[in-house]
Structures are given as structure tokens and as C-alpha cells.
Design a protein around this ligand. Sequence first.
Ligand code: FES
Ligand SMILES: [Fe+2]
Length: 340
Amino acid sequence: MAGWSRDFPATGLDARTLLEEPLVFFRLSSGQLVAFEDRCCHRLAPLSHGQLEGDSLRCLYHGLRFAPDGRCIEIPGKTTVPKALQVRTFPVIEKYSAAWIWMGEPALADESLIPDFVGVDDPTWAMLPGRMDYEANHHLIHDNLLDLSHVAYVHRKSFGEGNRERNEAWAKASVQITELPRGMRFSRWIEGAPSPPHSAAQGPQVDVFTRYDYLVPGVLLLSTGYYPTGTAPRYRAGETLGTPIFDSFTCQAVTPLTAKSSCYFFAFGPRAQHANMKEAFRDLGIKAFTEDRIMIEAQQKVINADPARKMTLIDLDKGPVMYWRLVDRMLREESASMTA
Ligand code: FES
Ligand SMILES: [Fe+2]
């Protein structure tokens, strides 16, 4: 994910680095988003220092002008343009409130591989979008999102509201992990947890069901539903879930900026009929995701101090281990199909 669609301006140039690649984004008069390598093919000046002229981009070092497909269409003072003068472009598609970019060989771009995201504009939920940059490698952020066992500790003050009983219930709850064709599904029940304020009218305790899918290349879709106590055992015995007392949803995506920095996109909110609570959810999300960022950036510093030091993985790390196995398998299958 290159960014939330709404964050790419309607006019002007927007420079951002993704996967170590300096890029410049701009919109055509039709609104279509285009991504160029931020490097003029002439003498390598940044095109983000250039200017848009209609749907073309002029480098403001020596004035070469480029069409939306990257071809040079004008050299000032010359009547012909060598065919080889071309800036690299990257396929971009806007879907589910976000811009998705393919950083590989353009001919291999396959729109059907964009995960079925549920974006910030989805009418079911009242969400506000956010973005947080990390001074950390993206692997550490994926690992964090693939692991529910940190929630009771890192988020003891935000999601846990400093409620010891609730944090203990979360820490003890076991997680079910199943593999999806291009990701993993995590579900867990927290039974008899103290009711949070928005569902307290139903009694002092609730059963909480959290389910999320983590999809390649790093997209998370998570819903949390609060149910009357006793729902969890009935569900396990085969009953359907029914309507929750209250539920919320969050969509998130992780994109590497460089090997040392990453970008985390998120939106978090209640159902549309509770839109009056969306700012409160956005603020809670920012508080909680900042807790993750502080821990992960600190973890990255410890790793940098001695990169050879190995982690000791335990049963709690099943999610990340299964996910990276899946990614390795997909990479092997991909390279086998390319050499075949
Ligand atoms: S470097 Fe862009 S026109 Fe010369
Ligand atoms: Fe977290």
C-alpha cells in the first residue's frame, strides 16, 4: 500500500520513498494517480523538483518533458527525441480507499493480488485514517501484528484501560490460528472480561471475540465484537455468533520505506451508527499504536547494537513463524514459476 488515496493531492507532486525507491506521485487531469521514479533519466535530477504541465512532467534541470507513461516527449531546442529517453514508472491502482503500487516488473503487475481490503471509506464502519512512520525494519512490525500476546502488556494502559482484571483475561486467552490461501486467520475468545464503557449497559462482564486476517504483503483486517457472557461456549458448541452488543473494526497495512524505516497505515472505528464515537476510537488507536511504535523502535535499537544476536522463539510466536513460512513458500513458488 503506497498510501491512503485521500493523502495524494489533486494537483502537484508528491515525493515519497518506498522499498528504497525514491518515487514521485502525481494525478492526471482525469484524477488517475501515476508514479514515476524520482530520478530524471537525463542527469538524474529529482523529478519532484520539476513541474506538471497538463498531464506531463517537466524536469526543471534542463527542461526535458515526460508523458504519463514515462516517455520523454520534448527536449527543449531539439526536434527529435531518442526513444531510449524514458523514466521508469510503476503501476498504481486505487481501490478500497488506498493506492496500491507494484514495485516489481511492470508486466507482472496483477490487480487480482491486491488483498480484499476494507478501507476507511467502507460504509459499514465509521473510521478515520492514520499513518505512522517507524524507525524500524518492517519485519518487526509484521511480527508485532501477527502476535496477540503483546496486547495485554504493551497495550495495558490503552486497550486495557489500566484494568488489571481485563489484562489478565487477555493474557490468558488462547489464540486459534489457521492458514488462508495468502495469509493467516487469528481468532480468540476472552470470556467473562470486564465490560468496556460502551457495552457496560449489558452487565459487568462480556465475552469478547476478536478475529483478524493477516494477508500478504502485510495487511491486517480485524474485528472485535462484545457479546453477552455465555456466548463463547455456545459458539464453540456450534451456535452462530448472532449480533454483538457492540463491535469495532480496524484495517491496517505495513509498507517498507527503506531497510531501516517503515510506514504503518491504519484506520479504527465503531459501526457507522456509532459515528459519534469515531474521534474517540481514532484517538485510542493512535495511543495504542504509539505504544507499539515505542516498543518496536526500542527493540530495533537493541537489535542494531548486536545484529548477530538470535531471538529465542517460543510457543507464543506461532503466528509470526507460520506467516514467514507461508511468505517463504510463496517466494519459492514465485521464483520457480519464473524460471520454469
Ligand atoms: S536532469 Fe532532467 S533534464 Fe537534465
Ligand atoms: Fe499492538
